[in-house]
Design a binder for this molecule. Structure first.
Ligand SMILES: NC(=O)c1ccc[n+]([C@@H]2O[C@H](COP(=O)([O-])OP(=O)(O)OC[C@H]3O[C@@H](n4cnc5c(N)ncnc54)[C@H](O)[C@@H]3O)[C@@H](O)[C@H]2O)c1
Ligand SMILES: [Zn+2]
Ligand SMILES: [Zn+2]
Length: 374
């Protein structure tokens, strides 16, 4: 079938993208689902920094690539062997397909699925190969999803069935921003009731972490960004303190205000200066968790002695250390009970044709989540 898709044709284009237009809206051929795959109609997709990182070269990926991964939609057709989903089911997409067979999958850590990581890096589906192409070339899939498209064929293991009561634009957030941010707090860190928390970087992931920390009973939540609008939004969502990390003495300010730092600090910006602040505001005996996906060559250094003498911990958190089929329904239940109001993250709606402009807005840090509705 033919689909309209947002295809990235240039990495490192000049900004604003609205002028350089590195993403083209093209009509592509989408093949039928193969064994273990499903055809989905995308109803809503949001712009995530990980898409932007492919555009600006921070996350090198093969081109051309059909972007987008944070999305929700409807099952249209199931491929051979898919017995637990049927046409009409609503789904949210997940950006790591998990095979269920490899070492990490058997350990209960599907976020680290080895074939999933390999296919994501290669720009293929989990089962291998591509279902998107033009007459002359293959188009790569973004993290097994490629959601800025009217329809997509994905591995069955790239989707989680969701409750039909949840509007698509809200369900879309759960497969990336929400599981990453909330999961970092409750799975990777496993914060305790009354823990003190800092969140450095208040985009879709960071604000989800903030809401997760509130839901999990954090007593104090320090929110940090370089954008004043984000600090205002964080305050409205329940941050107890906000700080602008453009201030050269932000670390001293936070350590003073919190009596020596926080039990847990989450880095959710994906840049080294944010990680430096997160580490520096973690208190003695505390844990720094990073969800950021910086350029692979960027290095983070810290005072070696502090790790030992202060019994500090640094943890990486990918996909919120989640089991998506377990955690997405859990977080959605909390959302429906108004205990995880992640819909407040949605700041803008755009059309597929406006996707380049949407990434300009995201890059400026002025929005939390921008949704394309189909
Ligand atoms: N670990 C995972 O599984 C996972 C999943 C999704 C996204 N990510 C990554 O998480 C990061 C955040 O993603 P997002 O979509 O929420 O991004 P976003 O663009 O929506 O938000 C990033 C925020 O960080 C702020 N920021 C930038 N520099 C800062 C600094 N020095 N100090 C404090 N704040 C700063 C920006 O102003 C912005 O508000 C990205 O690196 C993304 O690739 C990781
Ligand atoms: Zn994402
Ligand atoms: Zn696996």
């Amino acid at each position: 079938m033919q689909v309209r898709s947002a295809v990235l044709r240039e990495i490192g284009a000049t900004t604003p993208y609205e002028e350089s237009q590195p993403i083209h809206i093209e009509t592509l051929e989408l093949d039928s689902p193969e064994k273990g795959e499903v055809l989905i109609q995308i109803k809503a997709a949001s712009l995530c920094h990980s898409d932007l990182s492919v555009m600006n070269g921070s996350r090198p990926r093969p081109l051309p690539m059909a972007l987008g991964h944070e999305a929700a939609g409807v099952i249209i057709e199931v491929g051979e062997g898919v017995t637990d989903l049927e046409p009409g089911d609503h789904i949210a997409c997940v950006f790591v397909p998990s095979c269920g067979q490899c070492g990490p999958c058997r350990e209960g850590r599907p976020a680290l699925c080895e074939p999933g990581a390999a296919s994501n890096t290669a720009g293929t589906l989990l089962g291998g190969g591509n279902r998107l192409h033009t007459e002359t070339e293959i188009v790569n899939h973004h993290v097994g999803v490629s959601a800025f498209s009217e329809y997509a064929v994905v591995s069955r293991n790239s989707v989680v069935k969701v409750n039909k009561d949840i509007p698509f634009e809200k369900a879309a957030l759960f497969g990336c921003a929400v599981i990453t941010g909330v999961g970092a707090v409750v799975n990777t860190a496993g914060i305790k009731l009354g823990s003190t928390v800092a969140v450095v970087g208040l985009g879709g992931v960071g604000l989800s972490a903030l809401l997760g920390a509130i839901a999990a009973g954090a007593s104090r939540i320090v929110a940090v960004d370089i954008n004043e609008n984000k600090l205002k939004q964080a305050k409205e969502l329940g941050a107890t303190d906000v700080f602008n990390s453009k201030d050269p003495d932000v670390v001293e300010q936070i350590r003073k205000a919190t009596g020596g730092g926080l039990d847990y600090a989450f880095e959710t910006a994906g840049v080294v200066p944010a990680m430096e602040v997160a580490y520096a505001v973690t208190k003695r005996g505390g844990t720094t968790v990073t969800t950021g996906l910086p350029h692979p060559e960027h290095q983070f250094s810290f005072p070696y002695l502090s790790l030992t003498a202060e019994e500090r911990t640094i943890k990486g958190s990918y996909l919120g250390s989640c089991v998506p089929s377990r955690d997405i329904p859990r977080y959605m239940n909390l959302f429906q009970e108004d205990r995880l109001p992640v819909d407040k993250l949605i700041t803008d709606f755009i059309t597929l044709e406006e996707v380049n402009k949407g990434f300009d807005i995201l890059a400026k840090g002025d929005s939390s989540r921008i949704i394309i509705k189909f």
